[in-house]
Ligand binder design. Sequence first.
Ligand code: WT7
Length: 668
Amino acid sequence: MSDQTAPSSTDQTLANLLKEDRRFEPPAELAAAANVKADAYDAARADREGFWAEQAERLTWDTRWDRVLDWDNAPFAKWYVGGRLNAAYNCVDRHVEAGRGDKVAIHWVGEPEGDTRDITYAQLKDEVSQAANALTALGVGAGDRVAIYLPMIPEAIVTMLACARIGAPHTVVFGGFSADALASRIDDCQAKVVVTADGGYRRGTASALKPAVDEARTKTDKIEKVLVVRRTGQDLSVDGEDGWDDAVDVWWHDAVGGASTEHTPEAFDAEHPLYVMYTSGTTGKPKGILHTTGGYLTGAAYTHNAVFDLKPDTDVYWCTADIGWVTGHSYIVYGPLANGVTQVLYEGTPDAPEPGRWWKIIQDYQVTLFYTAPTAIRSFMKQGHEIPDRFDMSSLRILGSVGEPINPEAYVWYRHVIGGDRTPVVDTWWQTETGAVMISPLPGVTAGKPGSAMTAIPGIEADVVDDEGNPVPNGSGGYLVVTSPWPSMLRTIWGDDDRYVDTYWSRFKKQGYYFAGDGAKKDDDGDIWVLGRVDDVMNVSGHRLSTTEIESALVSHPKVAESAVVGASDPNTGQAVVAYVILRNEAGDGGPDIVKELSDHVRKEIGPIAKPRQIMIVPELPKTRSGKIMRRLLRDVAEGRAVGDTQTLADASIMDLISAGQATSTED
Ligand code: WT7
């Protein structure tokens, strides 16, 4: 890995990982009855398209495809060419038609205690049909985009499926994002309807959402209608305005509640756009990752079945991700529902009203498959095992992890304290762009190593390569690549084919590899250890944030002249945002509250997850002679290390100034 791009803590990480020799064999019973066995790897390798054709048979197609993959116009893929299907029909109706209408699809758990709702597949079908009719009545047709800005309530799933049912691609914007972030996403994909709620419950209080949509409407003129779920019943007015515009706003309970439960799903082309999910890249402008219907749904359903060894008749599944991220799309909505599972959906935070809330939910609903993120596991580790120990979690049989590398200690704690040493832990590597899990142990096959995502699952081909694109030998590090196309791959960046080709397919153009932006290492057995991003993208609590996006937010503050943001390793969140800021002359020293002011500003511009852990006011930034900021050096300071090689700096004394300033820097 080149020194310029790789985090400088990589060598140390590598050395630590090399010492990891614990192995966890799959439980014998699980192995014997596993959905996917060891032979699947070879079978898939021998006939990849045949393998993926078989996986697509999990779905119900209106018209069968006549060609599995069209890669003639690479990197623009078409999967299941000529096939037609309806994603919502596959996630809902077909289970009802098969006689499973009374099966619970969703055990919804609201944050306020006792606020629960069980929704069967038959009820889900009725609600999705009603919402589909209501959206149609609001003027949404096939191909129109709908933005969804909702808390974790059943209506979020219902809306996504209703959109899919009428062929209107949805773009779900995380409820923690600000009005600005919402507006820029709506603008980019030109969504004409927004579905939101008055608010949702977070840590015991009703937190408003609708005012952010109203604010977004002052920043974009694309929004024609706003459909509003009444969740909290809170007052919508802000600053004396009543917060309701009769020409635009419509209550969900009127529009959807009053709609017919009859709706005939139409079949769409396998390549019909299913959704756009925005994610951070190396520039300030978020990328609208486009997923289409047949390949995506095949990938989500197959991986959910294989990686969690799903037994739909007996398992109770729970993924704690928010619906606003890709994990919520693939592993709450599309994969699990296509597979006909019973799952838990929880609205609130893990500590509301008490720190054992998650474990109580597992106990109450007898959850068997549980999927969460390392950042959550680490925060529970900090609170100690006494809290989870109070609950009976013996129903659990498989635990999953996603979003960032899981450090071996967190993995072992998760397996031991939550899984009672019975449960395999599947560390699943994938991305918004890949749509579905790519690298992961198979719980009935793989002897897991704490900290390793192990190998590409059957049907997927990944490798670790050097600068020239040659596979590195076992025991070495390099860049993580996917070496052949896969059904749930992104099709493009919404409205920007060039950026799609540039970002993912230009680094290893000669080989035709997809470059994921991650560094990785192959150990002596050839198993993969993902080390984190090699570009200017941070991973904070399992969420990707772009350094440039936060820098732009800081520079938009009137007191700021220039800024540089780096991701510094953090014991709780994986990485944390550290910002270096040069103030404008006329701002003087910025005043006593400058750090809080800037921090609040980032929060307003992007959202609370982007809030810097630390903001340092500095006189200069370290730059090369060509003016490129040397983030490597800033990372050294942020992580409290001796500053590395400063030879290429235009002015080497700058790092002394910044390091000295470190001692007096302010933390928010
Ligand atoms: C980036 C993708 C996948 C859904 C949630 C995040 C990091 C993800 C792992 C893992 C090491 C991981 C990578 C990747 N990442 N899973 N198991 N081990 N790193 O989706 O926001 O698209 O972020 O998250 O850096 O590139 P995302």
